[in-house]
Write a protein that binds this ligand. Structure first.
Ligand code: ACO
Length: 314
């Protein structure tokens, strides 16, 4: 089977910036508490009329333009999201329609914050199997729609945005074997339950403890399956949930100084399934990751689920 690789990236974030001081005017919190416990300084919030599909389409258009492909080249469109309101047509079908992609299979994928890495693996598998030559993989969230703006323990964390990757058949391959799974015994640690107006809720410390205990071994396994050790990496892009989690995991991986670690959570907050492609796209845009360098993507979230793989930087 041929391999696949990420050939281009795209991103979109709404223009409205919500600061910690803004939040301190809404709930009983402070800039000092939020920065100390989460590292977050700002997050972007979509306009009321701006949908998950709007943001996904903007990021996807950016990635498609950067790949230099024609819309008719794309055979698969997938959007990882847990906050899209529309069930049908799917967000992916709406993205395909807006970009003029004429005949792609288009489907949404919900695996919480691990959604983008899960979607990337399924696109890689589809391309390897010959089911599509070029795929558009998106992570897009309007978390502000599902935020309980009276709950200070969660509303300070979340943000909106979208990131996208074009995945194309390629030799040598540039997407390593996925490491993925879930732990149903902790399924209630992150919740978006209920009717048409679900509200995000989580057991923050349960998630924190689970992630810092389990993620380093999952990261090492993803590297091992790619034939690498963590010190061979050029970069690490984890789900951007909390800077303390990122620093904790990175410390346990004992990474050398040259490894670039994504910290977009500081500017963007937790954008769930959008966080990994957003952070990756920004690092590539800024030239902080070398083209061809191996980058570990690793995400975790509701389920409790996880997914990660080593990719070659476009
Ligand atoms: N401002 C001020 N005080 C607050 C705030 C706030 N925004 N939020 C909570 N507190 C208070 C609590 O009420 C509590 O007060 P008390 O001691 O009087 O009861 C105190 O701060 C400590 O609360 P904890 O919940 O113990 O704070 P903690 O240090 O655990 O930080 C946090 C909370 C940031 C949520 C942390 O647990 C965390 O990041 N967990 C991981 C979450 C995560 O990664 N989720 C990812 C999966 S889901 C997704 O990505 C969409």
């Amino acid at each position: 089977m041929p391999g696949s690789r990420i050939t281009a990236l795209g991103r979109y974030q709404p223009s409205r910036v919500l600061t910690n001081d803004d939040l301190a005017g809404m709930v009983d919190t402070s800039d000092e508490w939020i920065r100390r416990r989460t590292g977050i300084a700002t997050r972007r919030i979509a306009a009321e009329t701006e949908s998950v599909a709007d943001m996904a389409a903007a990021a996807a258009a950016d990635a498609l333009a950067s790949a230099g492909l024609d819309p008719s080249d794309i055979g698969l469109v997938t959007v990882a999201t847990c906050s899209a309101v529309d069930r049908c047509p799917s967000t992916a079908a709406q993205v395909a329609g807006r970009l003029g992609i004429p005949a792609a299979v288009a489907y949404d994928l919900n695996n919480g914050c691990a959604g983008f890495c899960t979607a990337l693996a399924t696109a890689d598998h589809a391309v390897r199997a010959g089911a599509a030559r070029h795929a558009l993989v998106n992570g897009a969230e309007k978390m502000s729609d599902v935020t309980d703006w009276t709950d200070r323990s969660s509303c300070v964390l979340l943000g909106d945005g979208a990131g996208a990757a074009v995945v194309s058949a390629a030799e040598p391959e540039g997407i390593g074997p996925v490491v993925w799974g879930s732990d149903p015994t902790r399924a209630d640690a992150v919740r978006l339950l209920g009717d048409w107006h679900p509200r995000f809720a989580q057991k923050g410390q349960t998630v924190f403890r689970w992630v810092t205990a389990e993620l380093p071994a999952i990261a090492r396994e993803a590297c091992r399956r790619a034939g690498l050790t963590p010190s061979d990496l050029a970069g690490v892009v984890t789900h951007q949930a909390n800077l303390r989690i990122i620093e904790n995991v990175v410390r346990r991986l004992d990474l050398p100084d040259h490894v670039v670690v994504a910290q977009d959570v500081v500017d963007s907050g937790n954008t769930s399934a959008a966080s990994v492609p957003l952070a990756l796209a920004k690092l590539v845009e800024r030239g902080e990751l070398p083209a061809g360098g191996p980058v570990l993507l690793l995400a975790f979230g509701g389920g409790m689920s996880w997914a990660g793989q080593v990719v070659t930087c476009p």
